[in-house]
Design a protein around this ligand. Structure first.
Ligand code: B12
Ligand code: SF4
Length: 507
């Protein structure tokens, strides 16, 4: 007897671009895809970074799908989120659109208020999305699905929070739905992200993490880390993994176990981690050498300010300057690159504190060649402790989903940092970029002449930073000319159409 044919049940995901050539597969989407695939759904991912005609692709793919899921963080990703959601609604106002990820998790009501959004998922999405998709198919009541939001009769309804699950109970991510060839064409490197722990025990004033994952750190055991990462890198021929854990080093024995396991397995890939400086400073030189032998090549650390006063205001008294210097020295001795982050213009930072930070950065870079700094201007994100003081510090909080698209210091300024002062800080940051080398993820496509020319302007840039002089910024003009020689815009590659994903594949 011929088998009866039922069309594949399909869920389409859209990942809006964050306008970076350093893109790789979006881990949030890969995470929520697995339970769907295991339940027999076909999953299609359209990532705008590697799909120039993303709008057309989404509109084609949704025609025979159950719903569209979009993953986003606060900021410019909202622009394409709204563009795509509106385009789908124009085609079919009844077609369900679900938003998940950090922004909807932190601002569920406001996100749901947008006319083009039907459902939001708060926090971990693996179980919630599967239950929601099943509800869409059966038309059962969504009220009993924890951790979601929906609309009924013009009213917004948020169901009770879904308790957080430890990472070890989560299924593996569906890496096979990602087109690593296309990401490699855009970035020049073949790499992926990997999560091995959730949450962070600290509570920095600008950080949103506690709002989504709480502060109870939990992690995968070393054996699972080793087995999964070795398999992943071999299966997809990846040269590098960025372990996106907030604080990889909370459990030192686990870190040692991972390093020993990778050495035993003769793993070939490089990896980088994020950890607080106090945790890094706890590692002995032997620990760091072992981690290096296991492929660790970079430790990203949020130093955030060179001013003790600002660190106090940031609630970062868990780290001190000795630990930062110690961390730089020990990492470099083991041939691991220490990458430090700085946040300028945190509320309370004045000219004196900014100078302190710049002098501190210069001192670290001079004493520890090879250490690098990445700087940002403070952005008050929803869900962070500082945001509770928004009114007091003069921040106008956007009232709509669309309003958050521009809520980003590159496009807006802060009440205490605007006009000439804002310009001056941007010029200072540019000089910091010129003064000391930083190694991005994307392949370095600079020719030898560009490299030598950039090196030669680093000396006057350092002089300017030492003397706080930024008038007539000729070096910046020169650097921009040099950058034009190697400039790459949003990668013009199209992801190959992903084959229908068989339910039993890979996860
Ligand atoms: C990797 C990463 C990036 C990468 C993204 C790469 C990529 N391809 O995704 C890059 C470097 C580009 C990036 C950029 C930025 N990032 Co970022 N990033 C992260 C990081 C470290 C990991 C995210 C991740 O993949 N986690 C692993 C996955 C599995 O977890 P998840 O994302 O939470 O996903 C779960 C749920 O959220 C949910 N979910 C996610 N998507 C979806 C979709 C649907 C449909 C559903 C139902 C559920 C769902 O289910 C998932 C599984 O449980 C987080 C910190 C963190 N600890 O998560 C910060 C973080 C997300 N980033 C943040 C920020 C602020 C930024 C920037 C704005 C920083 C900046 N100032 O430049 C930029 C955005 C730039 C832009 N143009 O928009 C904030 C977000 C704050 C906020 N309110 O949104 C975080 C939380 C860091 C922090 N502590 O402040 N980031
Ligand atoms: S240490 Fe990092 S992840 Fe932890 S609370 Fe502070 S900023 Fe957030």
């Amino acid at each position: 007897m011929p088998k009866s044919f039922s069309p594949p049940r399909k869920v389409v995901f859209f990942f809006p671009s964050f306008a970076s050539s350093e893109a790789t597969a979006p881990l949030g989407v890969l995470a929520v895809a697995t339970p769907l695939i295991r339940a027999g759904y076909q999953v299609v991912l359209v990532d705008s970074t590697i799909t120039p005609d993303y709008r057309k692709r989404v509109l084609e793919e949704v025609r025979d799908a159950v719903c569209l899921g979009i993953s986003l963080v606060t900021g410019p990703m909202i622009r394409e989120t709204v563009e795509i959601a509106r385009a789908v609604k124009e085609w079919n106002p009844e077609f369900p659109i679900i938003l998940g990820g950090w922004h909807p998790s932190l601002l569920p009501d406001q996100t749901l208020q947008a006319a083009c959004v039907d459902y939001i998922v708060r926090g971990q999405g693996e179980d919630a999305l599967l239950e929601l998709v099943k509800h869409l198919e059966t038309r059962s009541a969504p009220d009993l699905i924890p951790g979601i939001g929906f609309k009924r009769g013009g009213k917004l309804i948020l169901t009770p929070e879904r308790p957080l699950k430890p990472l070890v109970e989560m299924p593996p991510k569906a890496y096979h739905i990602a087109d690593f060839d296309a990401y490699e064409r855009g970035c020049g490197k073949r790499w992926a992200m990997y999560t091995s722990s959730l949450a962070c025990p600290f509570n920095c004033a600008y950080c949103t993490n506690a709002g989504v994952y709480g502060r109870k750190w939990n992690a995968l055991p070393p054996e699972q880390f080793v087995e999964e990462t070795v398999d992943l890198t071999r299966r997809y021929r990846l040269e590098m993994l960025w372990v996106v854990d907030d604080n990889f080093l909370v459990d030192l024995d686990r870190a040692r176990g991972i390093a020993e396991g990778l050495v035993r397995e003769r793993s070939q890939f490089k990896w980088s981690i994020q950890a607080t400086t106090n945790m890094v400073a706890r590692l002995s030189p032997e620990d760091l050498k072992l981690l290096r032998r296991a492929g660790l090549h970079q430790v990203c650390q949020g130093v955030d300010s060179g001013s003790p006063k600002i660190l106090q205001l940031m609630n970062k008294t868990f780290q001190d300057f000795d630990q930062i210097y110690e961390s730089a020295a020990r990492c470099l001795a083991a041939d691991i690159r220490p990458s430090f982050n700085i946040i300028f213009a945190f509320p309370g930072e004045g000219a004196k504190e900014r100078r302190e930070t710049i002098s501190f950065m210069m001192d670290v870079c001079r004493r520890f060649p090879g250490a690098e700094f990445w700087t940002n201007i403070f952005t008050p994100y929803p869900g962070s402790p500082i945001m509770e003081r928004a009114k007091e510090i003069g921040i106008e909080v956007p009232a709509t989903l669309e309003g958050w698209a521009d809520f980003f210091p590159r496009y807006t300024t802060l009440p205490w940092l605007h006009g000439e002062e804002h310009k001056r800080l941007q010029v200072t940051r540019e000089y910091l970029r010129i003064a000391f080398d930083r190694i991005p993820i994307a392949a370095d496509t600079r020719g030898p002449i560009t490299r030598i020319a950039q090196k030669s302007i680093s000396l006057p840039a350092r002089w300017r930073l030492d003397h706080d002089v930024y008038k007539y910024p000729v070096e910046i003009w020169l650097n921009n000319q040099l950058k034009k020689r190697t400039a790459s815009s949003k990668p013009a590659v199209d992801a190959k159409r992903l084959a229908n994903t068989p339910a039993e594949a890979a996860c």
